[in-house]
Design a protein around this ligand. Structure first.
Ligand SMILES: Nc1ncnc2c1ncn2[C@@H]1O[C@H](COP(=O)(O)OP(=O)(O)OP(=O)(O)O)[C@@H](O)[C@H]1O
Length: 274
């Protein structure tokens, strides 16, 4: 099979590729025995587009994200991903080694719990640098200098580069996780409640940072959140889930300002009343 090579990572996709979907999700269903995780979900994601998946607890957001990002095999359905060379691969049925390679190079995954996305007992610099080594970088000086640049981009000062994430605050850990994910220049980043569990002021700073990075780098992203304010700030488009089904989808401002489905209307009004 054809797969992106580390040396191709700096290539800019051609205009033609920018016009084609990066990801085609087709009729994804996941059942845990008889219990429905998600059912018959389909959508396209274009390069540079940010899609929010929203819904109450248990609506199937994480199940869908895990199926799309190959962390879980769906019961049925397809996820086609357009590689840098323009070829399309069904990522659900790729070999494990190819999935891992894609995850290390073209994709990122920002977890709600930073301990799931970081190595807590190695330094901040190593957390970022080891991702570069995984895609073939070998020169210590340039790895450290790139790591320093990325720490600066996520507002972690250079004098913390040798500290371990366990000595960081929750917000700093999330910012470090973002640097670790973005350093290899991915085209698609999955985020599972990226600001969950943080104080409101820390959340606001992180959201601002994320929004700027995603927009400046032209990243495509799929963000799972139960927080409609996060969806409003980060996403261009959103899908609303309930009981494993997509209840409504559309441009974020349209869905939030003019919800069509009774369930979406209820979700929005119940949050506005809080
Ligand atoms: N490992 C599992 N085994 C059995 N059922 C599961 C499993 N994981 C999820 N489910 C069920 O699938 C449905 C969707 O759960 P999921 O975690 O995807 O929802 P969610 O919207 O992400 O919820 P939350 O916001 O609370 O994480 C729920 O009914 C849940 O109980």
């Amino acid at each position: 099979m054809t797969i992106v090579q580390p040396n191709d990572l700096q290539n800019t996709p051609s205009t033609a590729l920018q016009d084609l979907p990066l990801l085609e999700v087709r009729s994804i269903s996941k059942f845990y025995g008889a219990r429905r995780g998600c059912e018959n979900v389909s959508f396209d994601l274009y390069p540079g587009e940010v899609l929010a998946i929203v819904g109450e607890s248990g609506s199937g957001k994480s199940t869908l994200l895990n199926c799309i990002s190959t962390r879980m095999l769906p019961t049925s359905g397809l996820v086609n991903y357009r590689m840098r060379d323009g070829s399309v691969q069904d990522v659900c049925h790729m070999q494990e080694a190819d999935k891992r390679f894609l995850m290390r190079t073209d994709w990122g995954f920002v977890h709600q719990n930073s301990a799931d996305g970081l190595r807590m007992t190695v330094s901040a610099g190593a957390n970022v640098g080891e991702r570069l080594m995984a895609v073939g970088h070998r020169h210590y000086g340039s790895i450290r200098s790139t790591a320093t640049d990325w720490l600066e981009q996520v507002e972690i000062s250079e004098d913390r580069i040798d500290d371990q994430p366990r000595d960081f605050s929750g917000g700093m850990r999330q910012r470090l996780q973002i640097a670790r994910n973005l350093v290899t220049g991915p085209r698609l980043v999955f985020m599972d409640e990226p600001t969950g569990g943080l104080d409101v002021s820390v959340q606001a700073r992180l959201l601002d940072l994320l929004r700027n990075l995603v927009s400046n780098l032209g990243l495509a992203a799929i963000v799972v959140t139960h927080d409609l304010a996060v969806a409003r700030l980060l996403s261009h488009r959103m899908i609303v889930m309930k009981d494993g089904h997509v209840i409504e989808e559309g441009l974020t401002d349209r869905v939030l300002d003019d919800p069509q489905a009774p369930y979406t209307q209820l979700l929005i009004s119940s949050i506005l009343q809080v």
